[in-house]
Design a protein. Structure first.
Length: 329
């Protein structure tokens, strides 16, 4: 099956920006790139749509099993490897293990834990919802229906965000992590399904809608931090992310840009190994977080990126199925 260069290019960009965010760059750069996770979930929706329309849909349970093996099992593999190497490191250097037993357990539940792994939970929940989102996208073909669904989803997100603030303890954590955060990104996946099926003009209209909404909310709320509206994602955060995602998708849909991207080496490799890059870059990032004080962001950048690329390259050469299930022939 021929790969879609737009999907590969934007997935590659999204994973690089997410990795870049973890180097803790200057605040203005940190805020500017804050569309990256929305873009990744937008691409999940677009990719699911293309896959669904190119080949026959699999039985739902088989599809879920494949997504579980592709997302959850590799996350658990990474966590096990991370905790094992960390344990060996602190024993060797005679330091205290930096995480409580509770943090270890919550990491495997893909809630906060050590941090960073929550994104895999969001990807899996979107995978669970993708058939429903695809059905909804096909039913709402008219522009006014699309805007109506978007409006309803944004209002529901406001309600979920409000309810999150009223909960405490374990109920707050579970509701925030599994419902409030995930629902906002599911909307991005739905927009991705629409975007890949409609004309560039329609995508430009959607981009204009979300851009206008972002500026209206920014002025009304006196220019709040975009990152500060991420957990769970507010309408302000979602509108910024979707405006950026739709603009980039519109640009990469230009034939001249597509032809240029097809000549750029490494895009397909970055796209295919995006999750592996994500896992490997966390090893140097976590080392800086736990054992280095006051490290400059550019040091993190010039260590984390080469280490992630090198480890991903060698892992795929010698242990290719460590984070990817082996495909049946």
């Amino acid at each position: 099956m021929k790969r879609d260069i737009r999907i590969d290019a934007l997935r590659a960009l999204a994973i690089l920006l997410i990795m870049f965010a973890h180097t803790r760059p200057p605040q203005w750069l940190y805020e500017l790139r804050d569309f990256d996770v929305v873009l990744m979930t937008f691409i999940l929706g677009a990719s699911y749509c293309l896959s669904r329309e190119r080949k026959k849909a699999k039985p739902y349970l088989l599809y879920l099993k494949e997504r579980f093996m592709r997302l959850i099992v590799p996350a658990w593999t990474f966590l096990s490897l991370f905790f094992l190497l960390l344990f060996i490191f602190v024993i060797t250097t005679k330091q205290t293990f930096p995480f409580s037993f509770k943090s270890v357990l919550t990491s495997y539940s893909l809630t906060w834990g050590i941090g960073y792994i929550w994104i895999i939970r969001v990807f899996f929940i979107i995978a669970i919802l993708s058939p429903l989102l695809y059905w909804l996208a096909k039913k709402a073909a008219h522009p006014l229906k699309k805007l109506g669904i978007i409006g309803i989803c944004l209002l529901l997100q406001v309600g979920l965000d409000t309810l999150t603030t009223k909960l405490t303890g374990i109920s707050h954590t579970l509701f925030e992590q599994y419902i409030a955060i995930s629902f906002g990104y599911a909307l991005a996946a739905l927009i991705g399904i629409w975007a890949v099926r409609q004309r560039k003009k329609e995508n430009l209209i959607l981009f204009s809608f979300f851009l206008a909404l972002f500026f209206i909310l920014a002025i009304y709320q006196n220019l709040p931090s975009i990152e500060g509206n991420k957990y769970p994602p507010t309408a302000y955060f979602i509108s910024y992310g979707l405006a950026g995602s739709l603009l980039l998708f519109w640009l990469t849909s230009n034939r001249t840009v597509e032809r240029f991207l097809q000549k750029v080496p490494g895009i397909d490799w970055l796209s295919q190994h995006s999750l592996e890059l994500y896992y490997w870059h966390l090893f140097p990032i976590m080392y800086f977080n736990l054992f280095i004080d006051h490290d400059p962001w550019f040091l993190r950048f010039f260590v984390a990126f080469p280490v992630a690329f090198a480890l991903t390259f060698f892992q795929n050469r010698y242990i290719p199925h460590l984070f990817q299930p082996q495909k049946k022939k």
